[in-house]
Design a protein around this ligand. Structure first.
Ligand code: AMP
Length: 145
């Protein structure tokens, strides 16, 4: 019988993250699996990166990570996932999700079909990239109705 013991739940900062978290919580209960919540902060490369683009004030990585941590904790509390391990990573979203899943030995990744980078009817670019690069099963949660 198929079973999962370590489930990685990838959440962005959209309201749909709750739908992804809810599905993962149900699966976690069903398989008695450990849950890992991950959010990836993408580093800001525009500030001063090109001379032609005027510099504008941006939040430092530290502030972004802190803010994301607060968001993740609030989401976990709200979704009764306080026992889940919470991780904020910095880098490319798809790469960090895949790296984390591999390093932690996760056997299932739960991800939304689309979010900020996707169009409602298509598979978002993150889900698509994760599906193509993964070593384990992936569950894409159809979000947003
Ligand atoms: P997108 O590629 O933006 O359409 O997002 C599709 C799904 O990828 C979302 O529903 C999340 O599950 C996941 N995702 C997108 N951005 C992030 C992020 N920064 N950190 C973690 N997961 C993310």
């Amino acid at each position: 019988m198929t079973t999962y013991s370590k489930i990685l739940v990838a959440v962005d900062l959209t309201p749909e993250a709750k739908e992804v978290a809810a599905r993962a919580r149900d699966l976690g209960k069903r398989y008695n699996a450990a849950l890992y919540l991950i959010h990836v902060v993408e580093p800001n490369v525009t500030a001063g990166a090109y001379e032609l683009i005027p510099e504008f004030p941006v939040d430092s990585e530290e502030i972004l990570v802190q803010r994301a941590g607060g968001y993740l904790k609030a989401l976990a509390d709200d979704m009764q996932l306080a026992d889940a391990r919470q991780s904020i990573e910095i880098g490319s979203v798809k790469r960090e999700i895949l790296r984390f899943a591999r390093e932690e030995g996760c056997d299932l990744i739960v991800i939304g079909t689309h979010g900020r980078h996707g169009v409602a009817t298509l598979l978002g670019s993150t889900a698509n990239a994760v599906l193509h690069g993964t070593h384990c099963d992936v569950l894409c949660v159809r979000v947003g109705g």
